[in-house]
Design a protein around this ligand. Structure first.
Ligand SMILES: Cc1cc2nc3c(=O)[nH]c(=O)nc-3n(C[C@H](O)[C@H](O)[C@H](O)COP(=O)(O)OP(=O)(O)OC[C@H]3O[C@@H](n4cnc5c(N)ncnc54)[C@H](O)[C@@H]3O)c2cc1C
Length: 456
């Protein structure tokens, strides 16, 4: 095995910095801390050197494979979560929660905080119109189980994203304009707070903060959401050539953010061309008429709701991969110059994915929940799967090219390279979030990357 020391000796450290995933050595627990942790919980505790540690510590984005937390605790239940929080309080160790590990920025791993892994808290129950979900429940399973009851919740399209991180950051998907963000459907959370107490949260400042403010406030052990009845959906897609990109963007920008709210449309722009696609809670024939303003030759169809969700998901078990990503929000219709900048941005090699807002997403006021981007026409995700150093450069360059036409960023597309990240994620809601943090976690026990710090 070639070690870092070997590479330094060969003068190859520059290359290492360019090609290696972000590497950070584990801060180790003391023997006393480790012993106390192992005896406090029933779930597995994995520390560096343990069998299974390497598999337990990694997250979806392989960019973070070099990050080695001091320990990963695979919580079995809420009692385990409470035990870890009390243990952390006793030894003053920071914690970070993980549900599905899909946070873009590696924000559910850490080289200094102990990871509380909630993957096993994955229950999915339904009754009286309410879905009760464990944070570790994966979206593919949630859609499947709820479809059997003829209901759904609005959420993302990746089947292995977990409810925990998704709902805490907002939760945007192809039913978004019809039913709102995932966080808008929440009636209550069960959490373990920084004092290690179990609480039901359905009102007040903590409830406000948990709907869009991320994982800095408490560890969520269950979430209840109002479901919507749904049986089928229609879908469409239109592809455009490289030469048609600016026109496709003009048509989509004029149409998608103001379309009837039963339609949620997305536009992807690459250096090769563009694709518009989306979901409509109505008939295929109505959808075909509706998307006429987008031009092109639409492919339109319809199916039962679950089949359509599986169509969006593609691979039901997507492999882990390395990528760099960022995001920005656009609140005004783009000018011709703006559209030119968007098209030019894709020539960096990065892909732009535009999610139409409006409809139910924009109905709540900016300060109704911690998620602040209620006046957006659309979000832009900037993403690249090139080797990571190249991907970072492409994403940075592409975001810079479109930055004059937007502001802010989506916390669920967290970008570790973003300056002023928390202001971008939470805008004018940031100060209130800091005050809530001071109230509920003044010692900053819960410490995800780019999380909210206590006020003062
Ligand atoms: C392939 C892919 C597709 C995606 N598609 C969409 C999409 O369509 N729409 C969308 O909105 N987003 C999408 N996302 C982004 C996704 O919503 C976020 O990355 C989300 O945070 C992932 O949740 P998780 O629980 O899987 O991640 P994790 O990495 O486990 O957690 C993310 C953050 O939330 C915190 N957290 C997680 N669980 C808890 C908990 N129980 N209590 C307290 N804090 C917690 C973590 O500490 C971390 O800071 C996608 C991501 C990927 C990788």
């Amino acid at each position: 095995m070639i070690t870092r020391r070997d590479l330094i000796a060969r003068g190859a450290v520059g290359a290492l910095a360019l090609t290696w995933p972000e590497v950070a050595d584990a801060k180790r627990l003391t023997r006393t801390q480790e012993r106390a942790l192992r005896s406090a919980v029933r779930g597995r505790v994995l520390t560096p050197g343990d069998n299974g540690y390497s598999g337990a510590r990694v997250v979806f984005n392989t960019r973070w494979d070099g990050v080695k937390p001091p320990a990963v605790v695979q919580a079995r239940d809420t009692a385990d979560v409470r035990a870890v929080v009390s243990w952390a309080d006793r030894f003053d160790v920071p914690l970070v929660a993980r549900s599905g590990g899909h946070g873009y920025s590696g924000n559910s791993t850490s080289s200094t905080a102990v990871v509380v892994d909630l993957d096993r808290l994955d229950t999915i129950r339904f009754g009286d119109g309410i879905a009760t979900l464990g944070p570790g429940a994966r979206l593919g399973d949630v859609y499947t189980r709820l479809a059997a009851k003829g209901v759904t919740i609005p959420a993302g399209s990746c089947p292995t994203v977990a409810v925990g991180g998704l709902v805490l950051g907002g939760g945007m998907g192809l039913a978004g304009r019809a039913f709102g963000l995932t966080c808008d459907r929440v009636t209550s959370f069960d959490v373990v707070d920084a004092d290690g107490k179990r609480r039901r949260v359905d009102d007040g400042e903590l409830f406000w903060a948990l709907r869009g403010g991320g994982g800095s406030f408490a560890i969520v052990t269950a979430v209840r959401l109002r479901t919507r009845r749904v049986t089928s959906a229609a879908y469409f897609s239109i592809t455009y050539s490289r030469a048609q990109r600016a026109e496709a963007l003009a048509r989509w920008d004029a149409f998608a953010p103001r379309a009837p709210s039963d339609l949620t449309a997305i536009l992807t722009l690459t250096s090769d061309g563009a694709t518009a696609f989306g979901q409509y809670l109505g008939s295929a024939s109505a959808l075909r008429r509706l998307v006429r303003p987008l031009g092109g030759t639409p492919t339109v169809g319809s199916a039962d709701y679950l089949t359509v969700q599986r169509r969006w998901a593609g691979n039901q078990n997507p492999p882990r991969s390395a990528f760099a990503a960022s995001s920005i929000y656009v609140t005004k219709r783009l000018t011709a110059k703006g559209r030119g900048a968007f098209v030019a941005a894709t020539d960096t090699g990065a892909t732009l994915i535009l999610d139409a807002y409006g409809g139910a997403i924009n109905r709540p006021d900016r300060d109704a929940t911690a998620f602040p981007h209620r006046d957006a026409r659309f979000s832009v995700q900037v993403i690249s799967y090139a080797p990571i150093a190249t991907a970072r450069a492409q994403v940075r360059q592409a975001r810079k090219a479109i930055a004059p036409y937007g502001s802010g960023a989506y916390f669920n597309y967290a970008d570790p390279d973003l300056t002023n990240a928390t202001r971008n994620y939470w805008g004018a809601n940031l100060e209130r979030l800091r005050r809530v943090k001071r109230e509920v976690d003044p010692g900053n026990r819960f410490r995800p990357t780019q999380g909210v710090r206590p006020a003062g």
